[in-house]
Design a protein around this ligand. Structure first.
Ligand code: HEM
Length: 481
């Protein structure tokens, strides 16, 4: 007995150490749907409404789901905690963007901030934008937002059937005025037309799985006469379009710095006034692409959010009536059209804005981040080069945080204000890549919403008998919804 005790003790110690070792040892990777050899989870990846499928996976596998598509590891995070822990607290290594050879490199879209890899150039661009886009700095543009909102609503009242087109014009005009001091033409503005072509080109260039060169990057080095290299000609054409849209308004603004047609204040003139008289090539590049990034980041997102607002008002007339009653009280006090300085006195309308962003998030899966170093999370290995996405849709439709999540209920932000508002921040992304235009977006949306509520009654269209025409509204699936 006395001889077997040390042996038993040793066995227990070894067993204990093994359990501790295996409990803390990084396992291969987080759980996820079972992959096939070589192609991985390719066939299981959803074609549309990805966030719904990913939401179902997270119920089975947890808030960190792993898939591999043709060798590319992807992690989908389905909780605010996981997103903050990785993209927020470890943002030094979770802030790059996935490589898109066709859309990013060959067509040049990765020269703009949103697709740019994490780099010193990225940091300089962000710093510049951040400095000019704080809530304080943006106050000088309030008047401009107010004027453009009135123009928008006057046009909508004249012809409500062109609502979406007018919202596009509004979002584009506000950004062109703020960024370059450029006043758009009421119809067929050359820069807005060009930007629509570029947006269309971008969605084609960024279509997942559409371009062999995205999977086999060395194809880009094939000469243009080589069979099957049509993609190179397309890329060259789109690259030119992209340069036209970035350089066009920039050159216009530089040439018109002393002209009366330049609207003041504007971003470009402000930055120029703080720069040396003659810009170095690097300074010029920063200015060109920071201005260009504002348009790329801000136009379609604002359009998506405002379109959801009009839809919500048609579907929820009681919300509209409550918001209008609040507005009436404030407006009758000063007897003018709504202004951005009214914002603190309009808490219900503030909640309408928040609910628009929650109810139908503009980017349901955020914008993908890329991990730039090996990492370990909850004992799982995450390899350098892993694409990390956050299911923003799922977080903003979690019934524990937002009861009856599919209903449009602005009141939810009044009752449980702080926590709900903190959660909503995920609609603008995470860590070092979080949207730098958040204050701009909110001012632009708030005044458009208040002006619309002040000027009109928003409802479904009616047929010849005066009966409302109800339609199921289908959103388009894409990075921006
Ligand atoms: C409702 C409106 C908007 C929403 C919901 C929105 C949302 C987002 C999201 C989710 C991202 C990616 C964040 C991440 O990667 O974690 C982003 C990036 C960006 N947004 Fe916004 N945005 C809006 C409006 C704007 C506006 C008005 C501007 C400019 C004036 C703007 C400029 C940008 C830029 C430049 C980026 C790229 C940042 C980077 O990659 O580092 N956004 N936005």
């Amino acid at each position: 007995m006395s001889g077997s005790t040390p042996a038993l003790l040793w066995l227990l110690v070894i067993a204990g150490l093994s359990i501790a070792y295996y409990a803390t040892k990084p396992r291969h990777h987080p759980p996820g749907p079972r992959p096939l050899p070589l192609i991985g989870n390719l066939l299981q990846m959803p074609k549309d409404h990805d966030w719904k499928v990913f939401g179902k996976w997270s119920k089975i596998f947890g808030d960190c789901v792993y898939v591999r598509v043709l060798g590319q590891p992807i992690v989908i995070l389905d909780s605010l905690t996981a997103a903050h822990e990785l993209l927020g607290q470890r943002s030094a290594i979770y802030s790059s963007r996935p490589r898109l050879v066709m859309a990013g490199e060959l067509t040049g879209f990765a020269q703009g901030l949103a697709l740019m890899p994490y780099s010193p150039r990225f940091q300089s661009l962000r710093r510049l934008l951040h400095r000019e886009l704080t809530a304080n700095m943006l106050q000088k543009y309030w008047r401009l937002h107010e004027d453009e909102s009135l123009i928008l609503m006057n046009k909508v009242l004249q012809d409500p059937t062109r609502l979406l087109e007018y919202i596009r014009h509004y979002a584009g005009s506000v950004i062109l005025r703020v960024t370059y001091g450029y006043q758009t033409a009421p119809e067929n503005d050359r820069f807005l037309l060009l930007s629509e072509k570029v947006m269309a080109a971008f969605s084609l260039a960024a279509r997942p799985g559409a371009w062999a060169v995205d999977m086999i990057p060395w194809l880009r080095y094939l000469p243009s006469w080589f069979p099957g290299t049509e993609f190179k000609r397309k890329a060259a054409k789109w690259a030119q379009l992209n340069m036209d849209v970035v350089e066009g308004p920039y050159i216009w603004a530089i040439e018109n710095q002393d002209s009366a047609s330049l609207i003041q204040p504007n971003f470009l003139t402000t930055v120029l006034s703080q720069s040396p008289a003659v810009l170095s090539a690097e300074e010029k590049d920063l200015l060109l692409w920071s201005s260009g990034s504002l348009f790329a980041g801000g136009a379609d997102t604002t359009v998506a959010a405002l379109s959801s607002f009009f839809l919500a008002m048609a579907l929820y007339p009681e919300v509209q009536a409550t918001a209008q009653a609040e507005l009436d009280k404030v407006i009758s006090a000063h007897g003018q059209v709504p202004q951005l300085s009214d914002r603190p006195s309009l808490p219900y309308i503030e909640c309408v804005l928040r609910e628009v962003l929650r109810w139908n998030p503009v980017t349901p899966l955020g914008v993908a981040h890329l991990l730039t170093e090996d990492d370990v999370y909850k004992g799982y290995n995450l390899a350098v080069g892993t694409i990390v996405m956050v299911n923003v849709w799922s977080i903003l439709h979690d019934p524990l945080s937002f009861p009856e999540p599919f209903e449009f209920r602005p009141e939810r932000f009044m009752i449980n204000d702080k926590k709900a508002v903190e959660t909503l921040a995920c609609a603008f992304g995470f860590g070092r890549r979080a949207c730098p235009g958040v204050h701009f977006a909110e001012s632009s949306m708030f005044i458009a919403i208040a002006t619309a509520l002040f000027q009109c009654k928003i409802s479904d269209p009616v047929d010849e008998q005066g009966e409302p025409i109800r339609r199921d509204v289908e959103y388009q699936t894409g990075t921006i919804r």
